[in-house]
Design a protein around this ligand. Structure first.
Ligand code: ZN
Length: 137
């Protein structure tokens, strides 16, 4: 599947408002986008570190998988997923499935920043949730 780079690192936080100043300090850049992704029940905030981004994920309701992730981590957030940039996410998902990797998404769906995304199941990926994403054309 040969990804071109790490597109972003997803970090779960309980409050964007409280964590944005730290990430602006850490990355030396302003948060350039805040976006709600309704079907994932999250609000996201983005920062650039070279070609890679940091995506903060704040749950918008208690049923959000991000809320559950934070709860499991003793109320603290943490690294939630690693996202790889691929040329074609549909093909990459098929390739992964053919290699015996368990998928969360059988077909690509729309994520934040208009990326087409698909998740691989942590059971097949060393316990780390992995996302494949494709830039909008
Ligand atoms: Zn992501």
């Amino acid at each position: 599947m040969k990804p071109t780079h790490i597109e972003h690192l997803g970090i779960a936080v309980s409050s964007l408002e409280q964590t944005i100043p730290f990430f602006e300090f850490l990355t030396g850049s302003k948060c350039y986008s805040i976006e709600e992704v309704a079907d994932q029940k999250v609000k996201t905030a983005f920062f650039k570190v070279g070609e890679t981004k940091i995506e903060l994920l704040e749950p918008t309701c208690p049923e959000s998988t991000i809320a559950k992730f934070i709860e499991k981590n003793g109320g603290r957030g943490g690294v939630h997923h690693v996202a790889f940039n691929v040329e074609n996410v549909e093909e990459a998902l098929k390739e992964a499935e053919a290699a015996g990797i368990q998928l969360i998404d059988k077909a690509p769906r729309k994520g934040a920043e208009n990326l087409m995304i698909g998740f691989l199941h942590p059971k097949s990926t060393c316990g780390v949730l992995m996302e494949l994403c494709e830039q909008p054309k």
